[in-house]
Design a binder for this molecule. Structure first.
Ligand code: NAG
Ligand code: NAG
Ligand code: NAG
Length: 181
């Protein structure tokens, strides 16, 4: 197991696949977040395809996956920076189990048109669910559960015609208590 990992690293050192523009976008994205627990500490080298919680396409080098799921001890907070828009090939985005302190889900997520999988559960997102999420026409999986949203579920989500799984449980918390377990 360890041997295989070492081999993979050695092979990967031959070329840098990371696209410069995407690396810079991720540095901006990281700078806007609060990462007290070092979840993104590997995000510092030139080849962003080697960073933890990221996967690049091995055909194009574009970033296709960002898995920023927190857990009890490690989580991020702060702002979700619009620089994510510089990742046009992003298919898989997880921001669950973090602490966004009641901030709204950014409307621009609705423009990441290649997204197939979006998990924003258990992250203390507040405000209204942006109707722009209904623009994610390739989405197969959407999890908004366990967030203290206000208002109604936008009917625009009905436009997500490819959706296979939709999680909307525990959207409202009226006593202000944190649902993180
Ligand atoms: C891309 O990487 C995956 C996983 O490592 C591998 O299965 C696949 O064959 C690779 N594709 C190409 C075209 O190299
Ligand atoms: C996204 O959705 C909003 C409203 O839900 C709409 O006004 C807007 O034009 C859409 N944007 C794109 C790029 O499709
Ligand atoms: C999406 O849904 C809304 C409300 O359900 C509707 O008004 C709008 O025209 C739809 N947009 C598209 C692009 O289908």
């Amino acid at each position: 197991m360890v041997c295989m990992m070492v081999l993979q690293v050695v092979y990967a050192q031959h070329e840098i696949r990371c696209i410069k523009r995407e690396r810079e976008a991720l540095f901006e994205f990281k700078a806007a977040l609060v990462d007290h627990h070092g979840m993104l500490s590997s995000w510092s080298t030139v080849d962003c395809c080697q960073w933890k919680r990221i996967r690049c396409s091995n055909l194009t080098g574009h970033i296709v996956m960002l898995d920023l799921r927190g857990n009890g001890e490690r989580y991020i907070s702060g702002e979700i920076h619009i620089s994510l828009m510089e990742l046009p090939q992003l298919k898989y985005l997880t921001l669950s189990f973090n602490d966004f302190g009641g901030n709204h889900i950014p409307k621009f997520l609705g423009s990441l048109s290649n997204l197939r999988y979006l998990d924003l559960s258990y992250s203390d997102f507040g405000g209204n669910i942006p109707s722009q999420l209904g623009n994610l026409s390739n989405l197969l999986y959407l999890d908004l559960s366990h967030n203290p949203f206000e208002g109604i579920i936008p009917s625009h989500l009905g436009n997500l015609s490819h959706l296979q799984k939709l999680h909307l449980s525990y959207l409202e918390i009226d006593d202000g208590k944190n649902v993180r377990d």
